[in-house]
Structure formats: C-alpha cells, structure tokens
Design a protein around this ligand. Structure first.
Ligand code: GLP
Length: 252
C-alpha cells in the first residue's frame, strides 16, 4: 500500500517523515532504522535531532543500518556516507556509535564485505522503518537500473547519470567513486514500513514513473508498488507535480 502525503514545502515533507520515525521510537523498545543519505532526508534528520534535544525521542536503544556506501572512500572522507550520517544525525543525538552500521567502503575483499553486511542486516532481526530517497534514474540505495532486482548486498557500478548527479558534492567529476556497496532490493523489501522522501521538481517524473508505471528493474523504485506493508511517500509539491497532474486522486 502506498500513501502519498502532500506537502507544500520540503520542510513540511520532512516533518511528515520525522513523525513516522517518532511514532516508532515512542512505541518500540529496540527499534531498527534503515537509513538513507542524499539531500532529501537531511531536513527530516534535522527535525529528529531537534526532537531528541527537546526530549521527545531518544536514540539510546535505536540500531541503524544504512543503505549504501561509496567504494574507495574512508569513513572519515567528507563525501563518504559514514561522514554524512555522523554530520547530519549521529553526532547530534544520543545514539551509540556501536549501534550504527554502514558498509565499509575501503574493504579489501568486496566479496567478504558483501557477506559481512548481509550478516549485519540479518542480525538486526528486521528493519522497522526503512528510509529511502529516489535517484534521478529511479535508483533506491545505489540499486541502479538493471535487468533484475537485487536480493542481498551488492557491489554496483554507478551509472553515468548517477555520477553526474552526485558530482555536485565533489570538487571534480573524476573524484566521484564509480562503485558502491548497497543493500539489496530484497533486503529493502523485507522492512516493515518504508518512508520515501522526494524533494524538488527534478524528482517529479521519476516519482510518477516509479509509483504508477510498470514494475521493472529498469526503474528499481517501481518494486515498491509490490511492497507488503505501507510505503509512506513524503514529498514536496514540486516533486509531486507529475502525480498531481496525472493521478490527483492518489494524493492524501
Ligand atoms: C544517492 C543515494 C540515494 C539517494 C539519491 C538521491 O545516489 N545513494 O540513496 O536516494 O542519491 O539523492 P537526493 O536526495 O540528493 O536527490
């Protein structure tokens, strides 16, 4: 079931996403969060930091597992996803460092790292809420358009369009890693609930294609149409433009 929440602004969409996580943290003893990077979830993380500082929620018993990490970047590289998570969430809430997990971008043996990360995900005993963004090409995590949906953790070659999109964070395009480890689509689909964040006009067409188009590994996010639980899409008006034009009845 897909619930699309309308928000005029990215701030409001971020609050909607933070509400889903707040409800989980308030009701579950040892919650497991699947976390995402990218610009879309930043506002939601800021909101969660504020709620933690206000004492509304605590991350003391939260365990996290991130979707992905670039190959070749150390955890303290300022463009690594480990660095991103520490800057945008972990360093500002009462989470225990040992309860946070990301793939190791510097792993010498990629095969062993894939197996290790599968084990990390399995050891969580189930992800309660998985946060997702959506790439310009419909990727989730770093699961790029492909001829099949991935199951477990994979080492992927990033597409040119993803490298282009992510080059805005690097000094030069050549500095963008060309590979990444990502949680597999099968693992994402096993979560209990999904919060998808999509902000800005650049996501309008791909969001509509993913949620209303054909389910195909060419648009990895389209698999969410088959998700067993609830996918809550928190998007701003700009990202919802195509859906509002073609399927106005679908928006809550
Ligand atoms: C990256 C991440 C994705 C993210 C996507 C969109 O490639 N690996 O998990 O969803 O970018 O990012 P943004 O929210 O900045 O558009």
């Amino acid at each position: 079931m897909i619930t699309i929440l309308y928000s005029k602004t990215a701030e409001e969409a971020s609050i909607n996403g933070a509400d889903v996580i707040t409800a989980l943290l308030m009701t579950k003893k040892n919650p497991v969060l699947g976390l995402a990077t990218g610009s879309s979830p930043v506002g939601m993380y800021t909101e969660l930091i504020n709620r933690c500082k206000d004492g509304q929620i605590s991350f003391k018993n939260v365990r996290t597992v991130n979707l992905d990490e670039y190959v070749g970047l150390s955890a303290d590289h300022d463009q690594s996803y480990s660095y991103f998570m520490h800057e945008n969430l972990f360093n500002h809430v009462d989470i225990k460092e040992e309860n946070t997990h990301l793939p190791n971008g510097l792993a010498a043996d990629p095969e062993a790292e894939r197996a290790r990360y599968d084990e990390v995900i399995a050891s969580m005993g189930g992800i309660d809420v998985q946060v997702l963004g959506i790439g310009n090409n419909g990727h989730i995590g770093f699961n790029e358009p492909a001829d099949h949906f991935s199951t477990g953790t994979v080492l992927v070659d990033l597409t040119d369009s993803t490298i282009d999109a992510n080059s805005r964070f690097f000094e030069r395009r050549e500095d963008v890693p060309t590979q990444a480890f990502t949680m597999g689509i099968g693992q994402i689909m096993q979560a209990d609930k999904i919060v998808m964040l999509a902000m800005g006009a650049g996501k309008a067409d791909i969001l509509e294609a993913a949620l209303f188009g054909k389910v195909t590994p060419e648009v990895p996010a389209s698999i969410l149409q088959l998700f067993k639980g609830e996918v809550i899409v928190c998007a701003d008006e700009a990202a919802l433009a195509t859906i509002m034009a073609k399927h106005p009845e679908a928006i809550a």
